[in-house]
Structures are given as C-alpha cells and as structure tokens.
Ligand binder design. Structure first.
Ligand code: GTB
Length: 235
C-alpha cells in the first residue's frame, strides 16, 4: 500500500494537484442531507486523496436537458469533470481518482486487483439487491404493498450481507488496509440506513461505523449536508 513520492510521480500519479475537478450533485438531495446519493462516494474519495473539488448542483429538470445528457447520457448524478475529461458512473470515477493518487489502492499488483474486485463486488453484487429493496419501499410499502415481494427483497439483501459478514469476520477491512474497495462497500451499505437488516450483522454495522469515522468521510458528509441545508427554504 505504501509508495514513495518518487515512485508515485514516476508512475504518473500525484499526491496533490492544482487542478480542481468539478462534480455534479443534486441541487436539493431527496435524501435530505443524509449523504445517501452517489455523489457521496466521489466526495469521499476526493477527500481521502486530499483533492479539492467544486460542485455543480443540478436540478431534476436540468438533468433531463441535452446539455446535461452530453455529460451523463442517463441524466444522473454524479459526473466528474477535470479539464477536458468528463466521466460518469460513480464506480469509474472513484477508480479513476484512486488510481491517480496514493493511498486507496495497494502498490502490489495482485493486492491492487483484489481491492478493485471489492469495488466491483460492492457495485454489482451487493448494491443491486439493496436498491431493489429500496424501490419496493418507495413504490409498494406505502400502499400496503406485496408482503411476499418485500420479504423476498429483504431476504436477497440478507443473503449478501450474510456472505459479506462471514468474509469480513473480525477484520477491520475487507483485504488488508482500507482501500477504494472498502470505501465503495461502506458507501453501498450506508444505503441501508439504520435499517434492521444491517443491524442483524454487528460486524457490518461496525465496519460501516469505521468507514464513517474516517475524517475524510466526515468532511465529505458535512459538505453535502451544508449544501442541502443552504438549498432548503430558510437554510
Ligand atoms: N450507476 C450510476 C452511478 O453509479 O453513477 C447511478 C447513478 C444514480 O443512480 N444517480 C441517481 C440519480 O441521478 C442519484 S444516486 N437519479 C436521478 C435519475 O435517475 O433521474 C441514487 C439515490 C437517489 C436518492 C437517494 N435518496 O433520496 O436517499 C439515494 C440514492
């Protein structure tokens, strides 16, 4: 994980940069400042590597405009702009930043690949059932919903959490030191909020709390919260 500054610069990475990137975020996040939208992981990685950034708040109507679709074809936040480079997909953005700075991906090639595996596991194996469960929450729970569908969605999340919990065991992070894989996994698990489901797995609850206790997380969280408060009536 540790790399000297000379090695870092030789590899075309930097410890700091004068470039200020810009990320797009919800003008007024529907999560009401709880930091559950996907700009949070991008803010967090930027804070971890010590890169200052600007935010460009966008409204839902702006996100439908062709100008925004040119940045993000699906009309979603976040996007990341650094000079001429425009990226979308939060996972790709986090990987891009982690690869260009020290600290979030190990120097050893195999360990680096394993950290990236955890990023993909978070995004393609753990996050989808969590999002599916949330959608049922939005669209069906309020109407009385389909109890069986809700129970099945809970079980699909529980299955992933159980396997993840067994793998994590009593270690602090998923594979050695804190990495971009942990950052992504913690951010994905946060989407469960304080739900009972996460609470069924004390080691995962502690894992999320460890991630949230990182100073970089705190700075990212406060920045998104401040934006929400400022955008709120009377804020
Ligand atoms: N795969 C893309 C990525 O990882 O970047 C997905 C991006 C995405 O889903 N963005 C959402 C978005 O822009 C915001 S994060 N949605 C608007 C749209 O699709 O029209 C998802 C989100 C939204 C709200 C809450 N919340 O209120 O708690 C949590 C998460």
């Amino acid at each position: 994980m540790e790399q000297s500054r000379a090695e870092t610069e030789e590899a075309g990475m930097s410890t700091t940069s004068d470039n200020r990137s810009t990320i797009t975020v919800f003008e007024r996040s529907p999560d009401r400042g709880r930091g559950l939208a996907r700009d949070m992981r991008v803010r967090w990685v930027l804070e971890e590597v010590g890169q200052p950034y600007d935010v460009q708040p966008v409204s839902f109507s702006q996100m439908r405009e062709p100008a925004y679709r040119a940045l993000q074809p699906f009309g979603q936040i976040p996007t990341y702009q650094d000079g001429d480079l425009v990226l979308f997909e939060s996972g790709a953005i986090v990987l891009h930043i982690a690869e260009r700075h020290v600290g979030l991906l190990p120097g050893d090639a195999s360990a680096r690949s394993r950290a990236i595996v955890w990023m993909f596991a978070a995004l393609s194996t753990v996050e989808p059932p969590i999002v599916d469960r949330e959608m049922i929450g939005y669209f069906e729970r309020e109407e009385g919903g389909n109890a069986r569908r809700i129970a099945l969605a809970d079980d699909r999340v529980r299955l992933r959490l159980g396997d993840l919990s067994r793998r994590l065991g009593d270690t602090a992070w998923l594979d050695g030191a804190f990495s971009a894989g942990d950052l992504m996994m913690v951010d994905v698990l946060r989407r469960l909020g304080g739900s009972d489901l996460l609470g069924e797995f004390p080691n995962l609850t502690a894992y999320v709390a460890r991630g949230e206790a990182r100073p970089a997380f705190g700075r990212a969280f406060e920045a998104q919260r401040a934006l929400f408060i400022a955008a709120s009536p009377g804020g």
